[in-house]
Structures are given as structure tokens and as C-alpha cells.
Design a protein around this ligand. Sequence first.
Ligand SMILES: *[C@@H]1O[C@H](CO)[C@@H](O)[C@H](O)[C@H]1NC(C)=O
Ligand SMILES: *[C@@H]1O[C@H](CO)[C@@H](O)[C@H](O)[C@H]1NC(C)=O
Ligand SMILES: *[C@@H]1O[C@H](CO)[C@@H](O)[C@H](O)[C@H]1NC(C)=O
Ligand SMILES: *[C@@H]1O[C@H](CO)[C@@H](O)[C@H](O)[C@H]1NC(C)=O
Ligand SMILES: *[C@@H]1O[C@H](CO)[C@@H](O)[C@H](O)[C@H]1NC(C)=O
Ligand SMILES: *[C@@H]1O[C@H](CO)[C@@H](O)[C@H](O)[C@H]1NC(C)=O
Ligand SMILES: *[C@@H]1O[C@H](CO)[C@@H](O)[C@H](O)[C@H]1NC(C)=O
Length: 423
Amino acid sequence: MSPNKKNSSPPRGEGWEAEMAEKIPLSPRLWSLRSRFNSLLAIFLALLVVLVVSSTMNDNYQLTDANSSSAGPAGSCDLFSGKWVYDNSTYPLYSERGCKFMSDQSACEKFGRKDLRYQNWRWQPHGCNLPRFNATRLLERLRGKRLAFVGDSLIRNQWISIICLLDTVIPDEHKSVESNGSLTSFKAKEYNASIEIYWSPLLVESNSDDPVHHRIPDRIVRVQSIEKHARHWTNADILVFDSYLWWRRERMKVLWGSFDDKDGFYKVIEAVRSYELALKTWSEWLEFHVDPLKTQLFFMSMSPTHFWGEEWGIDRNQNCYNETEPITRDRHWGRGSDRKMMRVVETTIEELRMRGVSVQILNITQLSEYRKDGHPSVYRKQWEPLTEEQLADPSSYADCIHWCLPGVPDVWNELLYAHIFSK
Ligand SMILES: *[C@@H]1O[C@H](CO)[C@@H](O)[C@H](O)[C@H]1NC(C)=O
Ligand SMILES: *[C@@H]1O[C@H](CO)[C@@H](O)[C@H](O)[C@H]1NC(C)=O
Ligand SMILES: *[C@@H]1O[C@H](CO)[C@@H](O)[C@H](O)[C@H]1NC(C)=O
Ligand SMILES: *[C@@H]1O[C@H](CO)[C@@H](O)[C@H](O)[C@H]1NC(C)=O
Ligand SMILES: *[C@@H]1O[C@H](CO)[C@@H](O)[C@H](O)[C@H]1NC(C)=O
Ligand SMILES: *[C@@H]1O[C@H](CO)[C@@H](O)[C@H](O)[C@H]1NC(C)=O
Ligand SMILES: *[C@@H]1O[C@H](CO)[C@@H](O)[C@H](O)[C@H]1NC(C)=O
């Protein structure tokens, strides 16, 4: 594995200042993850039990504003099952340069990517069409409201996408981005609408909660504590959560008690189990603190990575670097996506539903699995100067986690849009 061997020291906090200059703090530093991934790869490979989940827990619902022109009867349709269709007349939905709030982590064209077909793919569900994203209509829906995204750098990727999707219809003087600690808000003043991103990569409290300096090797999570974060988003009208990649290690150090408490009790437990405990805390918070009649709740399923070329038939030392076309093999599924953890999410949400709170899972894993071409790879801002060794082997520092914009997260937002209006 070329990326593993070159386990160069992961980026530190530098580069952040440059980002602050953009007025939008975007600090994904998921870098550490990659080296973690890699070092744990062997273990993962051994441990990975691919659970064949036959459950087709797909949400069927009435499409409200799409004509099913293609096939099948109008009405119920699984929007997450489909294929990518090249469509350069409709896509991209905005231009990279035209988006005032674009992040240097997603601006692949700006950082030298020449093949731009990754911007031109439309998601075509089997049996119906995705409703067209209408920014004005969404803003009207959000009038006087808060839409909050909560989670890690992948959901931040999605937040940048949605503000780019909305950006074009709002004149400059009527929009702004404000940041306060872990919360960053895009405001559409004319609509008194706020579209926010709240940094909490593990949803519950952890020692990685600092929106800037969160790359801490010895990760500690307080699986029973969420209020420090939750009080900032509880009153939002639409909440969109994600949390996955930060749990992708074999074991997790869990703390009972507070970080200041000398008598805090630590235990190292299986990561999947700690994920389960954390989601339980999260679901209980929703049950007791969020008004299900007022608030729409969504959970983004895991975002896949493309680090292992042999999964799509190229050399095993290759990754998403140099990939320019989606995977066409139906149901392609990489080993970066853990079905066991997906099941934990499903079960937690199902139990919550039985207690009267409905959270919609936006199952974007499968559709994103096909998009090995959609990652920034080397075409993004680098936080540290690259070594000669790295430059000689670009795939060694390729980002195969996040996504270029315009690109895949735009489709996640089209799906979110469809669900916001399906009620
Ligand atoms: C998401 O979709 C995949 C495949 O399309 C399926 O295996 C999985 O069970 C679904 N998960 C959820 C939570 O709906
Ligand atoms: C749906 O199709 C009907 C008839 O084909 C057409 O009159 C109508 O304008 C279409 N609506 C939308 C939203 O495209
Ligand atoms: C769209 O793609 C087609 C086929 O690849 C090409 O002929 C056409 O020039 C493209 N149009 C634009 C606007 O890029
Ligand atoms: C978008 O939505 C607005 C407000 O609902 C509506 O007036 C407009 O016609 C829509 N645009 C398109 C292209 O459908
Ligand atoms: C603006 O929206 C907030 C919620 O985000 C609400 O509390 C406030 O009352 C609204 N203000 C006006 C003037 O509508
Ligand atoms: C930032 O958040 C804190 C606590 O949530 C609040 O007390 C403070 O007023 C906020 N600052 C600004 C500038 O909004
Ligand atoms: C990437 O593509 C370039 C140009 O097509 C080629 O020269 C290079 O060998 C490729 N690198 C890898 C690692 O496949």
C-alpha cells in the first residue's frame, strides 16, 4: 500500500490561518484518519465481516414536484437506487468560481484539476426523477428558519455545497457568513434564514471538538455527553446529522466523567460499541429536547472513500488519484463503508421512531460509492509543503475522502431538498 508506507507526519494545524482569511473556518484535518486507516488497514481487513444486509429499508414516499417522465408509475420511488447519467446540459448546478463561499478543500478546478467531467453527472433514480433544485423555493421554505448541519468535515462539504446552490439567487449585500466557536452560519438576510454548520465530528463530546485544533491522536470520547453541543442546535427547524469516519478505528477510549474531573473513568472499548452508545445519547437528546412536530430530522449515511484501487479493478497501490469516470458496476461497495455501523444507525433510528420521533436516513452511501472520480485527490489546498517523496508519487497524498464541488454533495442536497418538500 503506497499510502500506508509513507506514513508521513499528518498535517498539523497550519494552513488554518489561510482558511480563516476566507472567513469560513473549514478545518477538516481528516488527514489523521487516513494514516490511521492505513495503519489499521491490516486489522480491518481481518476484522471486516461483510454483513449482507438484505433489508431494503428504503423510504418510499410521494414525490411532490417531479414528473415521472422516464419510467414507472408516478408516486412511490426509492430515490437512492439508481445510476449516474452524464448530463452536461444541466450539470454543474453552479460554477466553482461563481460560488462566493467555495472552500479551498473542494475547489478542485482552482487547484489544477483538468478533467472536469466529475461536475457533469446527474443522479437518475430508477423509476422516477429527482425534483429540480429550486433555490428560491428552498429559501422561501426556510424563511425565518434555521437549517443546521451537524457533524464532521463531510457534512461541512455538504454545507458548502448547499450555500453554493443558494448563493446565486441571493445578491451579495443580502448574505453573510458568521462564525462563533463551533457554529458557522450562512445568513440569507432577505429571508431571515440561517443555514448553519456545527462542528462535532463524533456528535457527542470528545477531545476533537475544537473547530480548529482537533487533530488529536489519542482520541477520547464522552459517549454520554451531548448537551454542550446540542444546546446550540436544538432549536433548529431542520437538522441534518452525520458521524462516521471519526469512529473508524478498532477501539475507542471512552471517558465517564468530565475532562476536568481527576476521577474521570476511562475505558477502551470496541469502536462500534462506542458508536452505539453515542448514538443512543444522541437519540435520547432528540427524544426529550426536540419538538418532532416542528423539526425535520435527517441523518446522512456514511460517505464512502476510495483508497483501494483493487476494489474497482486497478492496481492495488492506486487510489482515487487519476480517476476520471464513475464506477459502473452495479452495487459496487468498498470496504471503507461498514455495514455494521450502518445497521447501528438504522437500529437507533428505528427505536427512536417507535418512541415517536422520526429521523429520515438519507442513504447516500451506495450512490456515492460509484464516484471514485469525485474526490479532490491532489487538487486541493495542501496544508504542509509536500516532500519530494510525495511529489514523486501523487497518490500517496491524495484526498480520497472529501469531494470536489460542484460534485457529489450537490446530489446529496438535491436528495435532502426532495425530502424537505416531501412532507
Ligand atoms: C442503504 O442502501 C444500501 C444499499 O443500497 C442498503 O444495503 C442499506 O441497507 C441501506 N441502509 C439504510 C440505513 O437504509
Ligand atoms: C408534468 O407533466 C404534465 C403533463 O405531461 C405537464 O403538464 C406539467 O407541466 C408537468 N409538471 C412539471 C412540474 O414538470
Ligand atoms: C457535452 O458533451 C457532449 C458529448 O460529450 C459534447 O459533444 C458537447 O460539446 C458537450 N457540451 C458542453 C456544453 O460541454
Ligand atoms: C422556483 O420556485 C419559485 C418559488 O416557488 C417559483 O416562482 C419559480 O417559478 C421556480 N422556478 C422554476 C424554474 O421552477
Ligand atoms: C428570524 O428568524 C429567527 C429564527 O431563526 C426568529 O427567531 C426570528 O424571530 C426571526 N425574525 C424575524 C424578524 O422574523
Ligand atoms: C457566541 O456564542 C456565545 C455562546 O454560545 C454567546 O454567548 C455569544 O454572544 C456569541 N457571540 C456572538 C458574537 O454571537
Ligand atoms: C496518472 O495519469 C497521468 C497522465 O495520464 C500518467 O502519466 C500517470 O502515470 C498516471 N499516474 C498514475 C499513478 O496512474
